[in-house]
Write a protein that binds this ligand. Structure first.
Ligand SMILES: [Zn+2]
Length: 206
């Protein structure tokens, strides 16, 4: 859009559920609007005030005004990828979780009715995930062996699971951009804009 383009369309596909979303971004659009296609075949106007479950929609079309800040983030992300080398890759964004989600890392939970403290059996009262596993989207990514060379393929019945040794998962920084961090502080260096003049751009972005 920086180079005179006025419209952009992103097609997003969620691999693990097959949800499809079209995001249309344009300087001609004034407000965010979301139309969703329901399993019965009807289109609905979606509002954040009435959230819907995954099985209540199949496809969505979102219109979004041009957002210079978002645009800058996208350009920055492209630059980061283009300037990456095998020796100097961006931080991992996804990886195994280390904290037990059943008890929020407490090792126990409190029952709703009588407020009794009960030990968490999921983590053996440790609050930790003892056998960290790769989750989505790592499970569907063909570069998982590159990011997590120590991950071992095991089978949970017929389901393949990738188990990462806990000490490796603990010492590897994972940003988890859509969640909490891996219990480590994300350094200021990862937040800083990349120097843009150190290397010439091989690819012209816009
Ligand atoms: Zn637990």
């Amino acid at each position: 859009m920086g180079g005179g383009l006025n419209n952009a369309l992103w097609v997003c596909y969620r691999k693990e559920t097959s949800h499809l979303l079209e995001l249309f971004c344009s300087k001609k659009i004034e407000k965010i609007e979301t139309q969703i296609l329901t399993p019965s075949g009807g289109w609905l106007q979606y509002t954040p005030e009435t959230p819907i479950e995954d099985d209540e929609w199949q496809r969505a079309e979102v219109t979004h005004p041009f957002d210079p800040k978002l645009h800058e983030q996208v350009v920055e992300r492209f630059r980061k990828v283009i300037h990456a080398t095998p020796q100097n890759l961006p931080d991992r964004e996804y990886g195994p979780k280390l904290i037990c989600e059943k008890c929020d890392g407490n090792g126990f939970y409190v029952t709703e009715k009588r407020q009794i403290k009960k030990p968490c059996t999921a983590c053996g009262e440790t609050g930790k995930i003892l056998e960290p596993r790769l989750g989505f989207p790592c499970t569907t990514c063909r570069f998982k062996k590159h990011c997590w060379p120590q991950a071992k393929l095991q089978f949970d019945g017929r389901k393949p699971v990738w188990v990462v040794p806990r000490e490796i998962a603990e010492e590897t920084l994972v940003i988890h951009p859509h969640e909490y961090t891996n219990g480590q502080e994300v350094g200021a260096s990862t937040q800083m804009p990349l120097p843009t003049n150190e290397q010439p751009d091989d690819v012209e972005l816009f």
